[in-house]
Write a protein that binds this ligand. Structure first.
Ligand code: GLN
Length: 600
């Protein structure tokens, strides 16, 4: 196993996660199998309890792990499925060490940060690095480890010490340290300044880690003399210094690294020269370029609670982007604060109320994402009502599906006080209720988390078609509340279709309104499994419906007809023209997978 450690210096928010994922993409494109580990030096055992306001979304894995959003980046970029143990936190490590101490495993020794905590970190890395994450058997070739935070943070000290020791444990030729740093430009003189990078490299060395490669964030490519200065002062060879300058979209980052031959530098440090092929990034290149050249907009309202911080809905945003690219449309997201749609706001802040409704009324499609707590719920219900009544394409995710059911019960069944017991425990018409898989009396550990199967049971439903008419799908969950099984029959009779349920038939997984152009809700979170080039089917449906092309996705036959009348286009696979027609139908045929096909 070879290890690439990615650290960050100077400031946080440099895009260390994207850089680490991009290094993974580059190595994968050279034919290597890649896995990854994210280290978060905070004390929380996992991200499950952290507010999206503060920390961005909580990403959910197949095994139910609630982890840092960077793991989402790894999964999307590398098309892998990670485990909860791929996210190491200080909380997890200390919990592990303290549990061992209580068991008496340290045989009377004084338990200390060095060596006990540092050993636990190293053992954890070695254990997790060999878990296969790409569907193949046996361990990957390379493990990319990203150390969260910035060099010099107090809380990351035990990890730095452990990683310093680890570089000796695995030996030379097996460990490559990439330090991501910032080269700012001072406006007055317009000069690229190297001092912050010099300082952070000095800090790194002082802590016992030696950088092999520098990846410098800057607005423009580094000037030659700036690189020379960095090489001289940081003791890193010139050909091992790369610039990650600003690019129009993050899919360009692996290409930037490739163009600067970062793969050759990494392969030299890791003694990989013999197995390294020229990276094949044809599909990435096409997609990055395609994304830059999309002009026809598709406008989607995201009606949520955390609209001030787009990271709070990162995977939703990425899934919308994947679907828009598949439909060759430029994604425009209008963030609508759910509270602002409510009557209360009309009184208290009429301008915000007007602005929110104006935004909502100007979009092609509406998405209500997941959420917890009652703030903004009434606004979300109003958004679902607006989409249902005006035949605007609608996708509700988790809470977004629950509020759509509440809205339907209120408006169509005239159950005006219908609600979720999460918000009104004493409601007379509880259409959403607490349905834990385990204990009904204890909240802790009662969330339904991770991958669960949903079985399609309505023939010809849009969702089943979008998922390629499979009998079931495996999507990720994170919720406690669900549609009340006792109300299903009434809702069904009034026209709400439950297109998919769990294996017991008691948990409603997908709702649809058959007489609406596109109105779908899912109890699961399809966004977590969306990938560039493999858009999530429900997102693809929303975007296609929003640009009036749903038929093309749902009925491949008519799509081919459409193509014949418009003439076939040239399709490129990794840069080579292919004869087969390229259409949205192909996207669905491949279950949302574009196979790198893009019309030029
Ligand atoms: N709060 C709701 C529940 O617990 C929805 C959760 C979500 O949207 N992730 O069921």
């Amino acid at each position: 196993m070879k290890y690439v450690l990615v650290t960050g210096g100077v400031v946080s928010g440099l895009g260390k996660g994207v850089t680490a994922s991009s290094i993974g993409v580059l190595l994968k494109a050279c034919g290597l199998r890649v896995t990854s580990i994210k280290i978060d030096p905070y004390l929380n055992t996992d991200a499950g309890t952290m507010s999206p306001f503060e920390h961005g979304e909580v990403f959910v894995l197949d095994d139910g792990g609630e982890v840092d959003l960077d793991l989402g980046n790894y999964e999307r970029f590398l098309d892998i499925k990670l485990t909860r143990d791929n996210n190491i936190t200080t909380g997890k490590i200390y919990q592990h060490v303290i549990a061992k101490e209580r068991k008496g495993d340290y045989l009377g020794k004084t338990v200390q940060v060095v060596p006990h905590v540092t050993d636990a970190i190293q053992d954890w890395i070695e254990r997790v690095a060999v878990i296969p994450v790409d569907g193949e058997e046996g361990p990957a070739d390379v493990c990319v480890i990203e150390l969260g935070g910035t060099i010099g943070d107090i809380e990351s000290a035990p990890f730095i010490e452990a990683l310093g020791q680890f570089s000796y444990r695995v030996g030379p030729g097996n460990f490559c340290l990439v330090h991501v740093s910032l080269v700012p430009v001072l406006n007055v003189v317009g000069e690229q300044k190297t001092k912050p990078t010099q300082h952070s490299v000095k800090g790194l060395r002082g802590l016992g880690l030696t950088p092999d490669i520098l990846a410098c964030r800057s607005t423009k490519p580094l000037e030659d003399n700036v690189k020379e200065k960095l090489a001289q002062f940081c003791h890193v060879p010139l050909q091992y210094i790369f610039t990650l300058y600003d690019v129009p979209n993050i899919w360009h980052i692996p290409l930037l690294l490739k163009d600067q031959k970062a793969h050759l530098a990494i392969s030299k440090v890791l003694n990989l020269a013999s197995i390294l092929n020229e990276p094949s990034l044809g599909e990435w290149t096409s997609r990055a370029e395609l994304c830059d050249n999309l002009h026809v907009p598709v406008r989607i309202a995201v009606v949520g609670k955390y609209t001030g911080l787009s990271d709070a809905y990162l995977s939703v945003l990425k899934a919308l982007l994947h679907a828009s690219v598949a439909c060759r449309k430029k994604l425009v997201v209008d963030w609508v604060p759910a509270c602002d749609l409510e009557k209360e706001t009309e009184k208290e802040n009429p301008d915000a109320y007007k602005a929110a409704w104006k935004l909502l009324k100007g979009v092609d499609g509406v998405l209500v994402p997941g959420g917890f707590g009652d703030r903004g719920v009434e606004g979300k219900i109003l958004a679902a009502k607006y989409a249902r009544e005006n035949k605007i394409p609608f996708l509700g995710i988790c809470l977004g599906m629950q509020i759509a059911v509440i809205e339907f019960a209120r408006s169509v069944l005239s159950l005006h006080d219908a609600n979720s017991t999460e918000f009104t425990p004493e409601t007379k018409h509880p259409c959403i209720i607490f349905m834990p898989e385990g204990s009904r009396t204890h909240m802790g550990g009662t969330m339904r988390l991770g991958s669960r199967k949903s079985f399609f049971n309505v023939k010809d439903s849009k969702s089943a078609k979008l998922y390629g008419n499979k009998s079931f799908v495996d999507e990720r969950h994170r919720h406690r509340y669900e549609v009340n099984p006792d109300m299903v029959e009434r809702l069904e009779k009034a026209g709400l279709s439950f297109a998919a349920k769990d294996e017991t038939g008691k948990r409603m997984e997908i709702i649809e309104l058959p007489n609406h152009p596109f109105f779908i809700g899912a109890q699961f979170h399809p966004e977590f499994k969306s990938r560039p080039g493999k858009a999530s089917p429900l997102f693809l449906g929303l975007i296609a419906a929003s640009c009036g092309e749903l038929d093309t996705v749902l009925n491949p036959a008519s799509a081919h007809q459409h193509l014949i009348s418009n003439g076939p286009k040239n399709v490129y696979v990794n840069g080579t023209p292919k004869k087969s027609p390229n259409s949205l139908a192909d996207v669905r045929y491949n279950n949302g997978y574009c196979n790198g096909l893009y019309t030029r």
